[in-house]
Each structure stands twice: as structure tokens, then as C-alpha cells.
Design a protein around this ligand. Structure first.
Ligand SMILES: [Fe+2]
Length: 507
């Protein structure tokens, strides 16, 4: 048949699959071979023999048709003619290398074009066969090619297994949602070589989707994408079946979307996008799917943990209130210490995250006093030795109380060290100078100022000027001198502001 007349007839919409299909369950599925030739005779001969050899066979009439077929039907090996209309063998080879790097390619060529066949091998073809070919020779080469392909596939799986193994290990150590998502996103980004990666979470209680790292949000997904329960891989024109066209989605040329399913419930969607360059290959989808499987459980657990943690946080806040109710002299103490510590940290030029942290630490600094008895807290006279020992342990109790809760991890140094002294004569550890955590050194000044300027069971409040004089006297012995300096500037500003707001402040 004349190849030109053949090529003008449109390729069949659905490729015909011949060969064995459903074997016994324990036998691996037969390898799939795609025969690409514009000559029907060649396609037929190769199909027949390859089927007899036990392969599943698909056919295509040229390179462009072959790529179409591969889009929906994964194959192990492509055996292709060199010269075809629309898209020849070399161009097909280049495309297969990009889009389906796990697929092995064989080139068929006539005697006159051996040079080109060698060129094809340089560009990554596995081997070539000369036309007219001996069928036995072709079958032998195909079998070798399939072996090669299985090695490649195993390599990809090994790589996936290794990255999954590492990810699983690190996920096992992480309980918080943010870092868990970061780990997953990092792994997917590296493994699939995506330009942008993220996780879009299914709302837990608050009704809004939360996409801290995703290249796009829920609103950018089509209805079809929101409800997809199977992994999706999309390239070029097909991306917009899944994404709404918008300025920030326009650049995306290839997309992976993998639902995260934990205990039968969808917790989110893993998304990876490329902007230009090579589109995602099947290998990337496979890797992504394996990672998603492990990630889903981790995300579900982290969400559960977040809910638990929010409960803990509320409980601790309630404890602080309970503590201040228990000790009538210290009502508002924690809140004021938090305020003084915050303005001091601001005065020292600490970063906003640290300022926020020190404010939180101020609220919690005396949480360990929950372990003391009411009558000890309110005792007007001096404490017995035993009572004093118990009192001195309250920073340690505070550490123990907050220790198991990761959100409070960063405030623990301030809680445990707020009664240490610059000269090392404090408690519970007796550490000195810069050994004492910065937050604890700030807390010590803020705490002492408030203690002096509030009424206590055993004495009445000191005026502001006396408290300042006392801090100056203890500058360099009890307190870090730099922090006293910062505090004394900050407290004046704080008092001015309170006065301007018509609120109470130490006179
Ligand atoms: Fe304290």
C-alpha cells in the first residue's frame, strides 16, 4: 500500500488493543508494545507476531498519533519507523524521552538511512532494526528492549521507595500540621521536579479551604477537579479541564493532582504544577501517588493533633485565669508582666515573632504556681523552709506542665528561667549571665517591677519611682544591665500611653 494514501485516512479514535488481556491474577500483565508505521502492512505483520509472542499490541500511523495513543494508554516499548508524515521517528523519540522517559524506543529504518538510525541511538533510542527485517530478529530486539524497560521502571520504583522511606521517617517525627505539609511539599517538589507544589486541604470545621503552600486555591479548581477521586495528570491543553483560567494559572502547562485519602475520607489534594519546560511523565504521577498515600495519614493525624492542641491551649488559658483567681493579690499580674515584657522586647528591637512569643510567655510565666496550695500563695507571714522550697520549684513545674505541648515549646525557657539572677544567685538552676535565656532575663525584670508595684499579702505597693530605683540598684547583680536599660525606657512609654488612654498605671 502506498504510505501516502494510508496517512490521509484519519487515525482511529480509540487504538485497537490486540493480544492477551486478563490472565490469571498472579501473573504480571503482558508488556504493551506500540507499533508506529505509516505502512499498514508493516503494522499488521508486527502486530501478529508480537501478539503471538504474548505482547499486547497497539498501533499508530505516525508520531503525532502515537503520542495521542500514549496519552491514554501507557506502553512499555515503542517500535517506530523513521520516515512518516506529520511526525517522523526522530521527533517522536524526542517527545517520548520528554513525556514518557520510562518508555523504551526502537527505530526501524531502511538501508539508506542507517546514519539516521545511529543518530537516533545517540538521542536515546534503545536500538534499531533494518528494513526489510527478519521477524525473529525484531522479536529478539523487542524482548531485550522490554527487559531494559523493566529495569528502568524498577529504578523509578526504587527511587520512589527510597524517597518514601525517608519521608515516612521524617513524618513520623512530626506532629504539627504546618511542618508536616512542608515535608510533603518538599518531597513532591524534589521528586517530581515541579515548579510549584502544594496541598489544598479539605475544610475541617471552619468551612474554608486552606492552601498555605498551593500554587492555586480551591476557587481555581473546576467542579470536576474538586470531586476527582483518582489521581490526575494533565498536559498542555488538558490542564484547563481541571483549572479555571486565571492570570495565576495561565502559566501552568502541566499538572498533577492527587487526592489525599485517609481511612476512606478525603483530607485534601496534593497538587504539583510545571510552567513550561517538560510536562509531567507517568513516573511523576506514580511517585506522587505513592507519596500521597503516606502523606494522607500524616495530614489527617496532624489535623487531629491541631484540634487537640487548640483544646490544650484553651485549657491552659483557663488555668492562668484560675491561678489569678486563687491568688487575690496577683489578679492581672500575668497580663501586666506580658505587657511589660512585650514593650521591653520592642524597645530592644527584637523581631515581631519574638515579641509575640515573649508576650505569650508573660501570660504563662507563673503557670507552675498551680501546684502550690492557696494558703501558701496568700500567706501574709514568711514561708516555712519547706514551703519556700516548694515555691522555688514553681518555674520547673511550669516547664513540666507545658513540656508535652509543642505550641508552648518556645516559651518554656522564659517560664523555667524567670527567677534566675544575672549573678547566678537565682533559682531553680542558679545559672548566670548569658547562660540565662534572653526571654527569661526580660521576664525577670518585668516580673519584679510588677511585683514591686502591686499590693502583696505581706506588703503594700511601692511607688513607681521606688521600683525604678530598686531596678537600678540591682542592675548588674540581679538583672542583665542592658535589659534594665531597655525596660526603663519602655516602661515610661507604657505609662504615658496608659495615662493617655485614661487607664491605671503605677504612680
Ligand atoms: Fe514566678
Amino acid at each position: 500500500m502506498n504510505p501516502n494514501t494510508e496517512s490521509q485516512s484519519p487515525p482511529p479514535a480509540v487504538p485497537v488493543v490486540t493480544g492477551p488481556s486478563d490472565g490469571p491474577a498472579e501473573v504480571a500483565p503482558p508488556a504493551r508494545v506500540l507499533v508506529v508505521d505509516d505502512e499498514a502492512v508493516i503494522r499488521e505483520i508486527l502486530s501478529d507476531f508480537l501478539t503471538m509472542e504474548g505482547f499486547q499490541v497497539l498501533t499508530a500511523t505516525d508520531g503525532a498519533h502515537a503520542l495521542d495513543v500514549m496519552e491514554t494508554h501507557p506502553v512499555n516499548l515503542v517500535i517506530s519507523d523513521l520516515k512518516m508524515p506529520h511526525m517522523g521517528g526522530l521527533e517522536l523519540l524526542a517527545n517520548v524521552r520528554e513525556v514518557h522517559p520510562e518508555v523504551v524506543t526502537l527505530i526501524m529504518t531502511g538501508y539508506g538511512t542507517v546514519e539516521t538510525a545511529i543518530e537516533a541511538m545517540k538521542r536515546g533510542a534503545f536500538d534499531y532494526v533494518l528494513k526489510p527485517f527478519k521477524v525473529e530478529e525484531v522479536m529478539h530486539t523487542v524482548r531485550r528492549g522490554i527487559e531494559q524497560q523493566q529495569l528502568r521502571a524498577e529504578n523509578i520504583e526504587l527511587k520512589a521507595a527510597l524517597s518514601l522511606y525517608r519521608l515516612a521517617g521524617r513524618l513520623g517525627e512530626e506532629v504539627e500540621l504546618g511542618p508536616t505539609l512542608e515535608l510533603i511539599v518538599d518531597t513532591v517538589q524534589t521528586q517530581t521536579r515541579a515548579d510549584r507544589t502544594g496541598v489544598i486541604l479539605v475544610p475541617a470545621e471552619h468551612g474554608a479551604w486552606h492552601a498555605p503552600t498551593a500554587p492555586f486555591g480551591l476557587d481555581d479548581l473546576t467542579e470536576r477537579a474538586r470531586t476527582a477521586t483518582e489521581p490526575v495528570i494533565a498536559r498542555n491543553g488538558r490542564v484547563f479541564r481541571w483549572l479555571v483560567e486565571a492570570p495565576h494559572t495561565e502559566e501552568i502547562t502541566s499538572l498533577l493532582m492527587i487526592p489525599l485519602i485517609s481511612r476512606g475520607k478525603r483530607v485534601g489534594t496534593l497538587v504539583a504544577a510545571r510552567e513550561g519546560g517538560r510536562p509531567f511523565a507517568e513516573g511523576a504521577l506514580k511517585l506522587g501517588t505513592i507519596i500521597a498515600d503516606r502523606a494522607a495519614v500524616a495530614v489527617a493525624n496532624a489535623q487531629l493533633f491541631e484540634t487537640l492542641e487548640a483544646t490544650f491551649r484553651t485549657t491552659i488559658e483557663a488555668f492562668v485565669t484560675a491561678l489569678e483567681d486563687k491568688d487575690r493579690y496577683t489578679a492581672g499580674h500575668s497580663e501586666r508582666v506580658a505587657d511589660f515584657a512585650r514593650v521591653t522586647a520592642e524597645e530592644m528591637g527584637l523581631p515581631p515573632a519574638d515579641v509575640e512569643l515573649i508576650h505569650q510567655a508573660g501570660r504563662l510565666h507563673d503557670i507552675g504556681k498551680l501546684t502550690l496550695r492557696s494558703e501558701e500563695l496568700n500567706k501574709p507571714g514568711p514561708l516555712t523552709d519547706e514551703e519556700y522550697e516548694r515555691f522555688k520549684a514553681h518555674p520547673r513545674y511550669g516547664e513540666e506542665l507545658l513540656g508535652p505541648i509543642p505550641t508552648f515549646r518556645d516559651v518554656i525557657p522564659a517560664v523555667g528561667g524567670h527567677h534566675e539572677r544575672w549573678d547566678g544567685k537565682g533559682y531553680p538552676r542558679g545559672i548566670a549571665g548569658l547562660e540565662i535565656p534572653l526571654m527569661a532575663r526580660i521576664m525577670a525584670v518585668a516580673d519584679t517591677y510588677d511585683a514591686m508595684t502591686s499590693h502583696r499579702a505581706y506588703r503594700s505597693a511601692l511607688p513607681h519611682a521606688k521600683a525604678v530605683a530598686e531596678l537600678e540598684r540591682c542592675r548588674g547583680t540581679q538583672f542583665d544591665p542592658d535589659i534594665v536599660d531597655a525596660f526603663l525606657v519602655a516602661i515610661e512609654r507604657w505609662r504615658d500611653q496608659r495615662a493617655a488612654e485614661g487607664r491605671e498605671y503605677p504612680r
